[in-house]
Design a protein around this ligand. Structure first.
Ligand code: ITT
Length: 191
């Protein structure tokens, strides 16, 4: 069985493929021949996740799911939030991470959370699933695995950044894994 995942992000694709291994073959946007950077003009994670799935449903006639995620930092009024991918403009992950570290200089409260909202479109119906992982922003990056803000995010109760964990370890506790587990449970119920 195949599932379409409306993402251009190869790291998200890899994490989700691992979570669905043995159950579904996951096709991302590239795999279905879609090279569009789908506009994310919503004001919430849910709206942006739905925009991704609605694009695929409308242009390709395919059921699919999509993920909008981001990092919410308490001391920064929950920024960068939905702007996580373009926090430093559209310059890239390394620049986003550096800007965040700069903005956190001198802040005592380093609490943060990663949030993923997944939209599923199936038989013309829309569904939403959410996952949150709590943790803190490190003072310096550590680790080389993963992507985005992984080197500066330490989930609560682990002395390691996400970037110091293997994909399997991150997939046991991450925001994306928690949201995906709900999606998987939902799909199982219907089978
Ligand atoms: P798609 O929209 O194509 O799925 P994207 O990278 O643009 O890919 P988002 O719009 O959801 O994805 O932006 C999420 C950004 O938040 C992403 O670029 C990272 O900077 C950050 N992010 C999300 N999940 C993360 C994770 O698990 N680890 C580290 N950073 C993450």
């Amino acid at each position: 069985r195949e599932l379409v995942f409306a993402t251009n992000n190869p790291y998200k694709t890899e994490e989700v493929r691992s979570l669905l291994a043995g159950r579904y073959k996951v096709l991302n946007l590239k795999d279905i021949g879609c090279t569009t950077d789908i506009p994310e003009t919503g004001t919430t994670f849910a709206e942006n996740a739905e925009l991704k799935t609605m694009y695929v449903a409308e242009h390709y006639g395919l059921d699919c799911f999509g993920d909008d995620s981001g990092l919410e930092v308490e001391a920064l009024n929950n920024e960068p939030g939905i702007y996580s991918a373009r926090y430093a403009g559209h310059r890239g992950d390394a620049e986003n991470l550096q800007l965040l570290l700069r903005n956190m200089e001198g802040k005592q409260n380093r609490k943060a959370r990663f949030r993923t909202v997944i939209s599923l479109i199936q038989h013309d119906q829309k569904y939403l699933f959410e996952g949150i992982v709590y943790g803190q922003i490190r003072k310096e990056p550590a680790g080389t695995n993963g992507f985005g803000y992984d080197p500066i995010f330490e989930p609560e109760g682990y002395g390691l950044s996400f970037a110091q964990m293997s994909l399997e370890e991150k997939n046991k506790i991450s925001h994306r894994a928690l949201a995906m587990n709900q999606l998987i449970a939902f799909l199982k119920e219907q089978a």
